[in-house]
Write a protein that binds this ligand. Sequence first.
Ligand code: PEP
Length: 249
Amino acid sequence: MRKQIVAGNWKMNLNQVESLQLIEALKSTKNTSRAEVLVAPNFTALAASVEALKGTNIGVAAQNMHQAECGAFTGEISAQMLLGVGVNSVILGHSERREYFSEYGELLSAKVDAALNHNMQVIFCFGELLDDRESDQHFDVVTEQLTESLFHLPAAAWKNIVLAYEPVWAIGTGMTASPEQAQDMHAFVRKTVADHYDNAVANNCPILYGGSVKPANASLIFSKPDVDGGLIGGAALSADDFTAIINAI
Ligand code: PEP
């Protein structure tokens, strides 16, 4: 059976003290799900978060990383630095990294390679803009994003890839994709992966939905057969809401 995952992307919110407070609140709410649960605090809170979550069923992911091993890249963080503090999952290709930091195709492909070379789990985000959807280009845009950054990988590498479909028009806007829109895209993506590789790769790859998931809409979205969990932004900053979303799987 395919892995189910709920990951909370805390973005540039919560300092270390606040991150630990949220972690304590998460530990005291009852998460009854069999899904893998991850939280992604900012870099300065990663090590303390890993420590605070030891012995729980909640893991820690980074929100980004650099593609080089080490060197003169002021302000950047490498895969081995993440592994050194016990973080072995990383979100790559988030639409905010694409839009504000110009992280696209080839660069993302190098980041994916670097993470996989270190045996890290990659949560790879992709998704169309509102204009793309309104002009009926959304399937083409998503195909291009996957092709540019992931389709150079050998089939075996996909065991560490988690896909996160995040339509940009739904991120932080309160405008969720309908469960049917999410299912249509997820089924399309699974078929695209199957066509490029094979059914085994496609059927084993978790595809998460992200974009204004809340406790009120999570179970309908998660009930769709090709939706294997969620990448949660705003609602992940509340222990009660995040736990309700986890328990909706
Ligand atoms: C995100 O940033 O990945 C996200 C899905 O945010 P939100 O849930 O706030 O739309």
